[in-house]
Write a protein that binds this ligand. Structure first.
Ligand code: PXL
Length: 281
């Protein structure tokens, strides 16, 4: 695959930020985001939104960070280090979403602003544990999605956000139109969980054109952190100045290889693995 250019050793690389939760098992959230950013040659900054207590079997605790602490992490980094792009993942509460949307306006993050924003609307873990409070759905729909450069839901998130049950490509397109109508500049409706198709095809929509990105489906139980990895790869490409379709193509290949090289861990679902980028036999 075509990789992103990396800075010469010793020189400042492109910077991106993940606004996300921690996973004590090291599979998803901030850990997954920083792995992909490091391996893609991007310096990853972090605004932690919540600490989760979890292993490969599930989440047993969620501890949100105070909203002003989340906003503070974003503000000081944007002001000092400078950011090429930002992604959000697990956001936990409506008050955290409000704080992020407010600081994004202050420092220029979001669609039609200098710093592109990828919103991965994480609602629940793969085990069904809630990672975004039910009360936060309104803030997600009415405040965060409208400032997204790209929103990247999976099919479970699509139902929760739009009410649309995706069963085929037509309904996948319908969902993309609904997400775009909520204000996102681009909607990517991921088809990885659409079992009626032999491929994993994602639909991209910008209000005018539909694009379909296709990849063979890689069947594995070890796909923890796949959504985070896709959104992180996309944010790396956007930080490098790529267009959304080019960033989505890069990210699709990146996550597909990372799923191919995922590994078992603990007694549950293992993580996707971007170390294919550097590993040798
Ligand atoms: O993969 C979604 C996700 C994001 N962030 C955190 C998570 C998970 C899934 O479990 O735990 C912190």
């Amino acid at each position: 695959m075509n990789l992103l250019p990396t800075a010469p050793l010793g020189q400042t690389p492109v910077r991106a930020m993940t606004v996300a939760g921690t996973d004590s098992g090291g599979g998803a959230g901030v850990a997954a985001d920083l792995r992909t950013m490091a391996l893609a040659g991007v310096h990853g900054c972090v605004a932690v939104t919540a600490v989760t207590v979890q292993n490969t079997l599930g989440v047993t605790g969620v501890h949100p960070v105070p909203p002003e602490t989340v906003a503070g992490q974003i503000r000081v980094v944007a002001e000092d280090i400078g950011l090429g792009a930002v992604k959000t993942g697990m956001l936990a509460t409506g008050a955290i979403i409000d704080a992020i949307v407010d600081v994004a306006a202050e420092v220029g993050i979001g669609r039609d602003r200098p710093i592109p924003l990828v919103v991965d609307p994480v609602c629940a873990s793969m085990h069904g544990d809630r990672l975004l409070a039910v009360e936060a759905m309104t803030a997600l729909r009415e405040r965060l999605i409208p400032i997204a450069t790209v929103v990247t839901p999976n099919l479970d998130e699509v139902v929760l956000i739009t009410g649309i049950e995706v069963v085929d490509e037509d309904t996948q397109r319908e969902a993309a139109v609904a997400l775009h109508a909520m204000g996102a500049q681009w909607a990517i409706v991921k088809g990885g969980h659409l079992r009626s198709s032999p491929h994993s095809s994602d639909i991209l929509y910008d209000g005018t054109d539909f694009l379909r990105l296709e990849h063979e489906r890689i069947d594995t139980p070890h796909d923890h952190g796949a959504g985070d990895t896709l959104a992180s790869a996309m944010v790396c490409a956007l930080a490098h100045g790529k267009s959304v379709p080019d960033a989505a193509r890069f990210a699709k290949e990146w996550v597909s290889e990372s799923i191919r090289w995922s590994y078992p861990l603990g007694a549950g679902h293992g993580p996707v693995n971007p170390l294919w980028r550097v590993a040798r036999d």
